[in-house]
Structures are given as C-alpha cells and as structure tokens.
Ligand binder design. Structure first.
Ligand code: F6R
Ligand code: MG
Ligand code: MG
Length: 365
C-alpha cells in the first residue's frame, strides 16, 4: 500500500464581513473544484472549512509533500475564490495571494501549508488545528505541552511507547534556520528558544524512532511580503493514540487559553479561544483569536470525519476564561502587554508621529 499524504493548505482570499468570517459561496467554490480533482484522481479525498476569514483546504493523496500538482491545484482554487470574493465585494479579496505567477509550490507565495506523508496505521486518528487572528508562534505552547510536559500528557510517564520522549524541529523565523532538540534531555535548552514564540517556532515533532508526529505551518506572510499584508493564521496536523499522545492529551493544552499575538490589526495580544467551527467568527475587537480542531480517522487515504473536537461542553470553561482574559487585556487599551512590543506590531504610526515631533525632543544630561 502506498503512503498517504495529508495536505492542509490555507489562505485568506477575502473576509465576510470585514475580517470576521468566510462567505459560504467561497467554501462552495473550493468544494466544487476539489470534487472535480477527486473525480480525476488527483486527490483521494478532501474537506473544506473556514476559521474566521481563512479558507482551509484539507486533502489526502498519494503524491507526497510539496507536490507540484497539489500545490498548483490549491493555487488555482485560491485564485478562483479570489475572483469570486472580488465579485461579491468581500473584504481584502486576495489578501494572502502575493504573487501573479505560480512557481511550483505555494510556500512563499502567501498561503499557509502543513503536510505530512505517513504509512497509515490500521487506525490513524489525527487532529487538524486551524487558527485565526494569530501567528505560527501560537502552536509552540500547545506543542510543548502535548509532546514534552508530563503534567499535560500522562502518557509521557505511564505509556512505555511515549516514555522515551520526542524530537522537536525549531525554526528561527527571522534567519530561516532550523535546529533539533531531543526531549526530555534538552528541555531547558529548547525552552530558552521556544519561549519566544514570535522569533522561534516549533515546526515539526518526531518520535525518537523518526516517525512524524506533528507538523505546523510556519509561513510568515508579513516577512514574505516585506510589508504588512495580514496575519499568518496558522494550521497544524497532529497524529494521536497508540504511540502518540491520546486525542484528549492533544486537546488538553487548549483548556487553558494562552496569550498569542495577532488580535486587532495584528498588533495586540489576546487569549486563544478554542471554539466549534460555527463559532470561529472573531468579532469582538476583531477577535479574540480563535482555534478550531477537526478530528479525522484516515483509512486507505480517505478522510473519515470530521468531528468538531472543541464543540464540547468540556471546553465551555476555557471559552469563559478566554472571555475574562479578553476583558482584562482590553482594559489595558493601548498599553503593553495588550499592545505588542514596537518591533512586533504590524501597524504603526510611530515613524510619522516621531517625524512630526522631531524638534520637540530635547537631550537631557
Ligand atoms: C486582520 C485583522 C484585523 C484588521 C483590522 C483592520 O487579520 O486582524 O484586525 O487588521 O480589521 O483592517 P484594515 O486595515 O483592512 O481596515
Ligand atoms: Mg482578512
Ligand atoms: Mg485570518
């Protein structure tokens, strides 16, 4: 049996209303193209969803990661949906489509990508996380919790298959260099880096035998474009059960909403609220940032599912907590740490205001 590739590719092709959600016609348009691609045998199966203003394409196929035809297919979907978004007058149509021409791979052109090629186990439960109004750094805390913290993942202590720990691939987002850490041995070294999620992001996690466990998108649209063009709103795929953390261990970090960068104008910190797909519509102060989780069983390259994993009363408290944290953070208004540090803000008037007030700055002795 050939290997199965799971590709999750996303882009903001236009928001409805403002940056708060995706229009149902956009999802229908993407579904139509993917239905055709499935009929032609280009992909095996697919699911289309949205998290806020981001269109999420989930696909299975046997063509491997970074496959030209798969990437071209998604690129064409984003272009088609952008045209539709323009027709409907959706907001920020084509926001993440940063190039006029396709060069073989959507990475670097705007869309976010997480892909993994796996040898399917007899039962292959996976969870796909998708977030809006935040950045790839948002995954570092939950990935650390899931794969390295025994207070979160009981299996690290009591399951012989997890007891050896995991390997983490960490990306320096600014220099584009990767470095690998082995946990638990190098936990403290790793935390020096990943505790700064806007600079170092966890990109992949492997079992010690080399088996892939998790993949996160790590594109930084604003760095690609060299100017502010929107949020990176990341995605990630996590394998679960028998040899990997259990589904409940994978979801558990989201029960404590952590603070992430990306709320209002990409320039504020806010709690990451775990929600059902129907609630993935950031509205208050364009947020707070949202995360959805879709669970699938993969069988013979087909997607059995999804289950909407955060559509569960056990996450009600997390949502309440996120709302309380949101209230508190909002009370700080334009002050840090609600507003991001100067160098991380995606909108700023500082240069203009500084220029205007230049003559009023006086040196003191
Ligand atoms: C977009 C986002 C929003 C926008 C804000 C202003 O992902 O986070 O908060 O930054 O709505 O949008 P513009 O500048 O398009 O009016
Ligand atoms: Mg948008
Ligand atoms: Mg978005």
């Amino acid at each position: 049996m050939s290997k199965t590739t799971l590709s999750v590719i996303k882009a903001d092709v236009g928001g409805y209303v403002g940056h708060s959600a995706s229009h149902p016609e956009i999802l229908k348009c993407a579904q139509g193209v993917l239905r055709g691609a499935k009929k032609k045998g280009l992909i095996k199966d697919f699911h289309v969803t949205a998290c806020g203003d981001d269109l999420e394409l989930i696909m299975t196929h046997t063509r491997g990661e970074d496959n030209h035809e798969i990437h071209e297919l998604t690129w064409n979907i984003f272009l088609k949906c952008t045209n539709l978004a323009k027709k409907l007058g959706l907001y920020g149509a084509g926001q993440d489509i940063l190039s006029d021409s396709f060069t073989g791979n959507v990475k670097g052109l705007g869309p976010g990508v997480a892909e993994m090629e796996i040898e399917e186990r007899p039962s292959e439960p996976i969870v796909i996380f998708m977030a809006d109004k935040t950045s790839p750094g948002a995954w570092s805390y939950p990935l650390y919790e899931i794969f390295a913290d025994p207070f979160n993942t009981a299996g690290l202590i009591i399951d012989p298959k997890l007891h050896d720990g995991f390997k983490f691939e960490v990306l320096d987002i600014h220099s584009n260099e990767i470095v690998e850490f082995s946990t638990p041995e190098e936990l403290y070294d790793m935390l020096v880096f990943v505790g700064a999620p806007e600079h170092y992001g966890i990109r992949k996690v492997f079992r010690k035998d080399g088996e892939i466990a998790a993949v996160a998108s790590s594109q930084k649209v604003n760095l690609i474009a060299g100017r502010y063009v929107g949020k990176d709103d990341p995605v990630m795929i996590v394998r679960t059960q028998s040899g990997f953390p259990a589904v409940g261990e994978v979801l558990e970090p989201f029960a404590t909403p952590h603070l992430v960068a990306g709320w209002m104008r990409g320039s504020h910190m806010g709690p990451l609220m775990p929600v059902a797909v129907r609630q993935a519509t950031p509205s208050r102060f364009d947020g707070p940032p949202r995360v959805i989780a879709l669970g699938f069983q993969i069988k013979d390259c087909m997607l059995v599912g999804p289950r909407d994993m955060f559509d569960d009363p056990s996450f009600d408290k997390a949502r309440e907590m996120a709302n309380e944290i949101a209230n508190y953070m909002r009370s700080l208004g334009p002050f840090e740490p609600h507003r991001l540090p100067l160098e991380q803000m995606e909108y700023t008037t500082l240069p203009q205001v500084k220029k205007k007030l230049k003559t009023r700055f006086k040196k003191i002795s």
